[in-house]
Design a binder for this molecule. Structure first.
Ligand code: NAI
Ligand code: MG
Length: 501
């Protein structure tokens, strides 16, 4: 039961999903936008319209927040036991796993990433995250605290803390890992007992909308998960500013992160932010050169560089700089570019024409400031949104291409000659999301890790993610940590209870 698109077999569930105008999920019902408006989502490999989606705005967000409020304050959700909540999240994970191929195809069509990657990484990581968080539902605990109150001599107290759900949560997610970002946000919020209004990115709403159907199938009560697709400046801004939302969680650009903060100021809702990065990837002189070359290439070219933690600043010991640059450039030249649906494709298109143009204008700015490309350096072809994997040399620390997040398959390679100089260069960034270190001297690796201002440091590996490992940024890369038990703190309030005995 399959149809073809771009030469490969698509599941019939996928072709029928994209064939119909997709509605928004509010209070357990699939509805049109109040305005009746829709928008198109595109296949980035061809630039053709892929599907039509209801375009949410202020009024739809308002309806969704009301539904989430009612489900939180009085609905069946708040009366479930933590074990029942956990089992429901686990069931959702089972359903998602059962539909792995369908979700991988939707993700590849909407985002452009290779189907092989969506199958091996995006979907299984989302399944695993939901299972990990399902386990936490029954383990969110407070503590008992001995207190000594000087001004009530002789009195005794029992004091303890409760961890309670923060309430109605707004979640705004980006397009680089559409399903996985939805999982990172929904998993801990639901484990903690919150209700959610989610706005997926306008470029890639499809997998999140399909996930909404699975939430219904898993038995989540109406209003617990609401999904309102739409644009950032309208639906996103309405959600961030809504006075009845208790917490807003955002992943995306640092620029929009600042707007979210301003919008949240009205009712001082809690805020967590996972923003941009310009992560240093460091190759020391003692290294296994081949392993470091392969690692440096995958650190930047995975997901076409559209990763907030991409290893986009490559610092290499000057003794092996030419060898490593030649090796990474050779890797880049062998990457097979094509539609994400073709089994032989290593790298698909960027997500949108806007993103392709943004990356190409960074390349032009780099060249204007004196950078040279050892490989790539331009758009690939004239159909679809492809950019060639690129290595830039002759760069210096103050160039735009070294300081700003490009969010495309472009790495700047810079030599260093001693460790102090390296640490200073690596930390010379407004961002602090991630870093990589490649060395045979593991002691030195840990020492450098302790000196880097970054939320994640990978040693002799890169882009290793696990539901149990917290992820988030220092400096302007964000506030708070996703995944791991740290994520639950974003979705819980602490209540201190003190009782005189
Ligand atoms: P963006 O930050 O504009 O979009 C991310 C999400 O925020 C989307 O759902 C969007 O609709 C929403 N949004 C946009 N404006 C908003 C507003 N005023 N209020 C509320 N929500 C709003 O990112 P964009 O424009 O797609 O990409 C621009 C750059 O951002 C990229 O080149 C990259 O550097 C960075 N980025 C970082 C990501 C990350 O994972 N940290 C993910 C996506 C983009
Ligand atoms: Mg934007």
């Amino acid at each position: 039961m399959a149809t073809t698109m771009s030469g490969i077999q698509l599941e019939s569930s996928v072709t029928s999903f994209v064939a119909k105008t997709r509605k928004m999920l509010i209070n357990g019902k699939w509805s049109d936008a109040a305005s009746g408006k829709t928008f198109d989502t595109f296949n980035p490999a061809t630039g053709e319209v892929l599907a039509r989606v209801a375009e949410g705005d202020r009024e739809d967000i308002d309806r969704a927040v009301k539904a989430a409020r009612a489900a939180f304050d009085s609905g069946p959700w708040s009366r479930l036991t933590s074990s029942e909540r956990g089992r429901m999240i686990w069931k959702l994970a089972d359903l998602l796993e059962k539909h792995t191929e369908e979700f991988a195809q939707l993700e590849s069509l909407d985002n452009g990433k290779p189907l092989t990657v969506a199958r091996a990484a995006d979907v299984p990581l989302a399944v695993d995250l939901f299972r990990y968080m399902a386990g936490w539902a029954t383990k969110i605990e407070g503590t008992t605290i001995p207190i000594s109150v000087a001004y009530t001599p002789g009195a005794k107290y029992l004091a303890y803390t409760l961890r309670e759900p923060v309430g109605v949560v707004g979640q705004i997610i980006p397009w680089n890992f559409p399903l996985l970002m939805a999982a990172w946000k929904l998993g801990p919020a639901l484990a903690a007992g919150c209700t959610v209004v989610m706005k997926p990115a306008e470029q890639t709403p499809l997998s999140c909308l399909r996930l909404g159907e699975l939430f219904q199938e898993a038995g989540f009560p109406d209003g617990v998960v609401n999904i309102v697709p739409g644009f950032g400046e309208t639906a996103g801004a309405a959600l961030a500013g809504h006075p009845d939302v208790d917490k807003i969680a955002f992943t995306g650009s640092t620029e929009v992160g600042r707007l979210i903060l301003q919008a949240a100021a009205g009712n001082l809702k809690k805020v967590s932010l996972e923003l941009g990065g310009k992560s240093p990837n460091v190759v020391l002189g003692d290294v296994d050169v081949d392993a470091a070359i392969a690692g440096a290439a995958s650190a930047i070219f995975f997901n076409h560089g559209q990763c907030c933690c991409a290893g986009s600043r490559l610092y290499v010991d000057s003794k092996i700089f030419d060898q490593v640059v030649a090796g990474v450039s050779d890797h880049a030249s062998k990457i097979k570019i094509g539609s994400g649906l073709e089994p032989s494709t290593d790298m698909g298109p960027l997500v949108s024409a806007e993103q392709m143009n943004r990356v190409c204008s960074y390349l032009e700015s780099g060249f204007a400031e004196g950078a040279k490309a050892t490989v790539g350096g331009s758009r690939h072809g004239d159909k679809g949104y492809f950019v060639k994997p690129t290595v830039l040399v002759n760069t210096h620390d103050k160039m735009k291409v070294v300081q700003e997040e490009i969010f495309g398959p472009v790495v700047t390679a810079i030599p260093f000659s001693d460790t102090d100089e390296l640490i200073a260069k690596a930390n010379d960034s407004a961002y602090g999301l991630a870093a990589g270190i490649w060395t045979r001297d593991i002691k030195k690796g840990h020492r450098i890790a302790s000196q880097l201002r970054a939320g994640t440091v990978w040693i002799n590996c890169y882009n290793i993610f696990d539901a149990a490992l917290p992820f988030g940024g220092y400096k302007q890369s964000g506030w708070g940590r996703e995944m791991g038990h740290d994520a639950l703190e974003l979705y819980t309030e602490v209540k201190a209870v003190c009782s005189a005995l």
